[in-house]
Design a protein around this ligand. Structure first.
Ligand SMILES: *Cc1c(COP(=O)(O)O)cnc(C)c1O
Ligand code: SF4
Length: 341
């Protein structure tokens, strides 16, 4: 796969006109994309293209000087390097800082900002320390392997991390979080899917944001995982100008359940520096949920969540159906009294 490491390289690959201002953004938040994902872009409509908006910089990224780089306090909640432990029964392992593309809305943008924090690949001694911590906290039953994108690691390294984690008595679930099926689907080989399918309690969480990302190649990648016995779930970020529309999201979620990928979360954009121009506002997500309720199978509807600042955790939000002591029906035409116990 061919990778393009700067705004200029990306624009020349696309054959589009350069915007000098965006080179300044590239200098702060460096661009990265690959040939597969760039080919999904409609170059005739670059300014409005939902794929382009995910990887081409925007001058508004530099306007935001007030927001925190780490509003979720991940760095504070890291008991050993490479591990974030916020909730009782689960922890996040940051396995690598590498990704196949750099998404402009990334909530861990601090880890790939020029001159900022970096996430190294977890090495053997780092892995030993993480496993010691996990062994000492018997209440932890699940490890989410994230990054970066853990599928950017050499396969042998990823395998080692997963096998060491599965040796721990208390770890029942391993959740691999990766955008690779969406941005570099050819990387999912039968060797990888068969290995992931052989690990008990392993789930795969991927990250589709737009129906145009559901290509023949990405369907094939997901189907390799599903056929190997790996449950695949999806998290989507609600992005202004990309997918903040119930019709687009309905199309995306219907395509996903058809290939047995369960929409799990729809996240509001976190208040991270350099990504806030993507924020839609919470009400937009609730409106979308209300529109979904009567017309979209519950299989296709994810939980809509915000991640609270100060490490307060994820909170799933519901559209309100309850008035004082009556319930509004889901078609929003009348109030109905429920014979409560
Ligand atoms: C999101 C997250 C989890 C996983 O939470 P779920 O609601 O189970 O998906 C775990 N730890 C941290 C630090 C997280 O941010
Ligand atoms: S793939 Fe994930 S971690 Fe990497 S840049 Fe995109 S959102 Fe961030």
């Amino acid at each position: 796969m061919k990778f393009y490491h700067s705004y200029c390289d990306i624009i020349s690959f696309l054959g589009c006109a350069e915007n000098i201002d965006l080179e300044k953004v590239d200098a702060v938040y460096p661009c990265l994309a690959n040939e597969y994902y760039l080919k999904l872009i409609d170059t005739g409509n670059l300014a409005d293209d939902p794929i382009a908006k995910q990887i081409i910089p925007d001058s508004r990224e530099l306007n935001d000087c007030d927001s925190s780089y780490d509003p979720l306090s991940e760095t504070e909640q890291s008991p050993v390097p490479g591990l974030v432990h916020r909730f009782v029964d689960r922890a996040v392992l940051l396995a690598t800082g590498r990704c196949a593309v750099r998404c402009r809305f990334c909530f861990r943008k601090r880890t790939w900002t020029n001159g900022g924090e970096t996430l190294p690949d977890i090495d053997d001694s780092g892995l030993i320390k993480i496993c010691e911590y996990l062994r000492g906290k018997q209440e932890i039953r699940e490890v989410l392997i994230s990054g970066g994108d853990p599928l950017m690691l050499p396969f042998e390294r990823l395998k080692k991390i997963i096998l060491e984690l599965s040796k721990l008595d208390n770890i029942e679930i391993i959740r691999v979080g990766s955008r690779i099926p969406v941005v570099w689907p050819q990387r999912i080989t039968t060797e990888i899917s068969d290995f992931l399918g052989s690990v008990p309690g392993l789930w795969f969480a991927t990250h589709f944001n737009h129906p145009r990302e559901v290509t023949a190649e990405s369907v094939e990648a997901c189907s390799l995982l599903v056929k190997a016995g790996v449950p695949v779930i999806n998290q989507t970020v609600l992005l202004k100008g990309v997918n903040d529309d119930p019709t687009i999201l309905e199309d995306l979620f219907r395509r996903l359940i058809k290939i047995r990928v369960k929409p799990h979360y729809l996240f509001h954009v976190d208040p991270v520096r350099g990504v806030r121009h993507f924020a839609t506002g919470i009400e937009c997500g609730l409106d979308i949920l209300r529109k979904f309720r009567p017309r979209l199978s519950s299989l296709a509807v994810p939980a809509f969540a915000i991640d609270l600042p100060e490490g307060g955790g994820k909170v799933a939000l519901q559209a309100q159906y309850r008035t004082a002591d009556e319930f509004r029906d889901i078609f929003d035409c009348k109030n109905i009294i429920y014979p409560d116990a």
